[in-house]
Design a protein around this ligand. Structure first.
Ligand SMILES: O=C(O)[C@H]1O[C@H](OP(=O)(O)OP(=O)(O)OC[C@H]2O[C@@H](n3ccc(=O)[nH]c3=O)[C@H](O)[C@@H]2O)[C@H](O)[C@@H](O)[C@@H]1O
Length: 322
């Protein structure tokens, strides 16, 4: 303590002894340095080079997001027409909003014939009867489609015509396991639909409806994708109202043989609405009634294919409840 005190007094004395003992701030740089740097910039056309660099950079960043979404040939068209001063641009609305794409005319940024932004879409159960037709529509519309299917009732034959298409991908995957993909929209169809198939392994049927739907809704929430569930008229069970309106809640036996499907789809609808209300996921539910058409198996077990098969093979049609 004594020593410290001593040192402090020594320092004090030294300060006193120094001539001109005032606080001297750091000397400022010479004011002439500013015009000198401007001079440096103007010399040898340096400023011109900087400006040209900025122009090239910003042109690249403006065009890059558009070009990366196009195929090589479309990108070439886009570049050519934007260079030649084409006068149309397509601007998409926010993902969270209505999702309808608005066409706006702004001079010379994006070419005229691009239409709306290409979407990346997952279709679960896309190898099935309804799913494969949906995939065809989406591909024809110009979108990128990823099909996820475990081929329980679906067939590769339904999609084989798309195998060479660069906008099409097929993944063998069971939706009861989570999967992470970057997509804009999810069409969730994976589920056996014919009574013969969904009663084959009822526990798996309800697991697909609950776990599969949870996984797909989780994905939709994570990546901000819009979600569509294909539900069924079976959610009305043995209806007491005819025809059934959307507001009708149904009459379902929760312990019957069909309940793995009926209650499974009802739970899937509940989950869908809870993700919408709780997590803000944009959702759609489509209750499909009886469908039929090309790619449906003759032994599918649903009412129309049953009639056709019976008429085809025995020229007699029986009406039985399955
Ligand atoms: O009409 C309806 O209510 C049904 O319509 C379609 O079903 P659909 O195409 O007619 O039936 P399938 O041809 O059997 O297609 C189901 C697809 O899901 C697939 N799937 C099934 C089960 C499973 O666990 N995972 C899975 O990917 C199947 O392999 C198949 O590709 C929808 O896929 C069903 O969700 C909907 O309930």
């Amino acid at each position: 303590m004594k020593q410290l005190h001593k040192q402090a007094s020594v320092n004090y004395r030294r300060d006193e002894e120094m001539p001109g003992n005032q606080y001297s701030p750091k000397t400022l740089k010479h004011p002439r340095s500013l015009p000198r740097s401007i001079n440096y910039l103007f010399r040898e056309q340096r400023l011109l080079f900087v400006l040209v660099g900025v122009l090239i950079g910003s042109t690249f960043f403006i065009l890059q997001p558009t070009l990366s979404r196009l195929g090589p040939s479309e990108a070439r068209t886009a570049v050519t027409s934007s260079l030649s001063g084409s006068s149309s641009v397509v601007q998409s609305s926010n993902r969270g909003s209505s999702g309808i794409f608005q066409r706006r005319s702004v001079s010379g940024r994006v070419p005229a014939d691009l239409g709306r932004r290409r979407l990346r879409i997952v279709v679960t159960g896309g190898a099935g009867f309804v799913g494969s037709h949906l995939v065809d529509k989406l591909i024809a519309r110009g979108d990128e489609v990823i099909v996820i299917d475990n081929f329980f009732t679906g067939r590769k034959d339904n999609l084989v015509h798309l195998f060479g298409n660069p906008r099409f991908e097929l993944i063998r995957h069971d939706v009861v396991e989570p999967i992470l993909l970057e997509v804009d929209q999810i069409y969730h169809l994976a589920c056996p639909a014919s009574p013969v198939h969904y009663k084959y392994n009822p526990v798996k049927t309800i697991k697909t409806n609950v776990m599969g739907t949870l996984n797909m809704l989780g994905l939709a929430k994570r990546v901000g994708a819009r979600f569509l569930l294909t539900s069924t008229s079976e959610v009305y069970g043995d209806p007491l109202e005819h025809p059934q309106k959307e507001t009708y809640w149904g009459n379902v036996n929760p312990i019957g043989e069909r309940s793995c499907y009926d209650e499974g789809k009802r739970t899937a609808e509940t989950l869908t609405m809870d993700y919408h209300r709780g997590a803000g996921v944009e959702v759609r539910i489509a209750r499909i009634f009886n469908t039929y058409g090309p790619r449906m198996c003759l032994d599918d077990g649903r009412v129309v294919s049953n009639f056709v098969a019976q008429v085809w093979f025995s020229s007699l049609a029986h009406v039985t409840s399955i």
